[in-house]
Design a protein around this ligand. Structure first.
Ligand SMILES: Nc1nc2c(ncn2[C@@H]2O[C@H](COP(=O)(O)OP(=O)(O)OP(=O)(O)O)[C@@H](O)[C@H]2O)c(=O)[nH]1
Ligand SMILES: [Mg+2]
Length: 445
């Protein structure tokens, strides 16, 4: 996620960590580098300029403070300012108790509105609330069908009247939801270009008739500062209450993410992180900043871990790690648990201090996890416990036994050794603030 930004900040930080002290000249140099990184990520020019100004002012202020690690102090300033520009605090979705909450989705064509409607319905349903999805995009017959299919996949009722007047459809759908005492109504509208006056008037009319509690601007996170321009047009037309940034899983450069809150003054409430139905996350500026800056996302990791982990197994593995006994049996057990939690790369990417280059070497995709398991299954218990005995002829036997190539067997062993090496490094690292989750967390190190 936002890899380009991450890689660039990574190299800035590497320079900063070596600093003996903060001087005018290294403040100037770092500021120049940050500005370049932000502009290359297509961050809005004014946002980038103000950001760099704030960082450099604050770094200036710390020049006189004697500090053991001046570079770290500089890094902290950058982190604080990035959190600030992303929105400082979490702005959760607030549902009205004992009343039907109405949510209106607005945004450009193809920004991800329909998908996000279903994802949001899924999140809300997980809280035990009832949701009605409303098909108010009447211009493309396929749009109604798309919402129906997605609604079905999350087990959610979809209201549609075919191709009639969207304003009336929304009003009637809300009346229906109220009469059925449903908790939430989500209105899926047609994508529109902000230059299209007629369509902008239509969504204003929907908004006036529906009195939404939340109006979300859904924006493709792959776009850069163009997103800002369209956001402003939607903000002028509607009382936006939040932004949803989609497609952050792709190779989004980060321009939209970094610019949008500052320019629109509306908080980002959710981020889309995959095409799948569970690919919508509550937005937390601190967590995203930490992911971008390579500090990992311990909170997400722990949350995912809590959902999927067998605590006893975690403790057992943690013990074995301490004793440096981690073998291929443990590796297989890890693969199983990890595949329950999502993709390996996604998980590793959330770890603090995880070097992206090391990550690329490991590079395990989900299909691969299955055949990796097959290869390990073809080994004898002794081979799993003592991988060092795996010579050429044993490897060949395992390859034909598992139906995979010799090259794949070698690759797996290489990945295992790399993981083992990384785990040793993590064993040496101090992890503040993980506390009671430490056992579960360590399992993935
Ligand atoms: N990878 C990824 N793809 C997404 C995400 N959100 C939406 N998409 C994809 O983006 C494409 C467009 O999504 P839609 O939900 O149809 O967009 P829309 O805004 O409803 O489009 P219109 O109704 O035509 O204006 C689809 O292929 C989605 O699968 C996301 O968070 N990640
Ligand atoms: Mg749509």
């Amino acid at each position: 996620m936002l890899e380009q930004l991450s890689d660039r900040f990574d190299s800035i930080f590497r320079n900063l960590r070596g600093l003996g002290k903060i001087t005018d000249s290294n403040i100037r140099q770092t500021s120049r580098e940050i500005r370049r990184v932000l502009l290359e990520a297509d961050v809005n020019f004014t946002v980038a300029k103000d950001f760099v100004q704030r960082v450099s002012d604050r770094a200036e202020g710390t020049k006189v403070i004697k500090s053991v690690k001046p570079g770290e102090q500089f890094i902290k300033i950058i982190r604080d300012e990035l959190i600030g520009v992303l929105g400082k605090t979490v702005a959760p979705l607030e549902l009205k108790p004992n009343k039907t909450t109405v949510i209106l989705m607005a945004g450009l064509q193809g920004s991800g509105k329909t998908t996000t409607c279903a994802k949001l319905a899924h999140l809300i349903k997980k809280q035990g609330k009832s949701v009605l999805l409303v098909a108010a995009d009447v211009y493309r017959p396929a749009a109604i069908e798309q919402l129906k299919v997605m609604g079905k996949s999350v087990g959610c009722e979809v209201y549609d009247e075919g191709q009639s007047d969207p304003v009336k459809i929304c009003s009637r759908a809300i009346d229906y939801a109220k009469s059925e005492k449903l908790d939430v109504v989500i209105l899926d509208t047609a994508g529109r270009l902000h230059i299209d006056g007629e369509m902008m008037v239509e969504i204003q009319n929907i908004s006036e008739a529906a009195h939404p509690d939340e109006i979300f601007f859904v924006v493709d996170g792959m776009t850069g500062q163009d997103a800002v321009n369209s956001a402003l047009a939607f903000k002028n037309a509607l009382n936006l209450t939040g932004t949803i940034l989609t497609k952050l899983d792709g190779d989004a450069r980060g321009g939209a993410a970094v610019s949008i809150t500052e320019v629109t003054g509306t908080p980002i409430k959710f981020i889309g992180v995959s095409e799948k139905i569970d690919g919508l996350e509550n937005f937390d500026p601190k967590r995203l900043a930490d992911r971008i800056l390579g500090f990992g996302d311990v909170v997400s990791l722990v949350e995912k871990a809590q959902e999927a982990i067998d605590v006893n197994e975690a403790e057992r593995i943690s013990e074995r790690l301490k004793k440096q006994q981690f073998d291929l049996e443990d590796f297989r057990s890890q693969l199983k648990q990890i595949s329950k939690m999502g993709s390996m790369n996604q998980l590793l990417g959330m770890m603090p201090g995880m070097n992206r280059k090391a990550l690329k070497n490991i590079n395990v995709d989900d299909g691969q996890m299955k055949w990796m398991e097959a290869i390990i299954n073809s080994m004898t218990p002794r081979e799993r416990q003592k991988p060092s005995i795996l010579n050429g002829s044993r490897r060949k036997r395992i390859a034909s036994g598992s139906g995979r190539s010799l090259q794949e067997v070698n690759q797996l062993l290489k990945q295992f050794h790399q993981l083992q090496k990384m785990m040793k490094q993590f064993g040496k690292m101090r992890m503040p603030g993980i506390g009671k989750f430490k056992g579960a967390f360590e399992q993935f190190m």
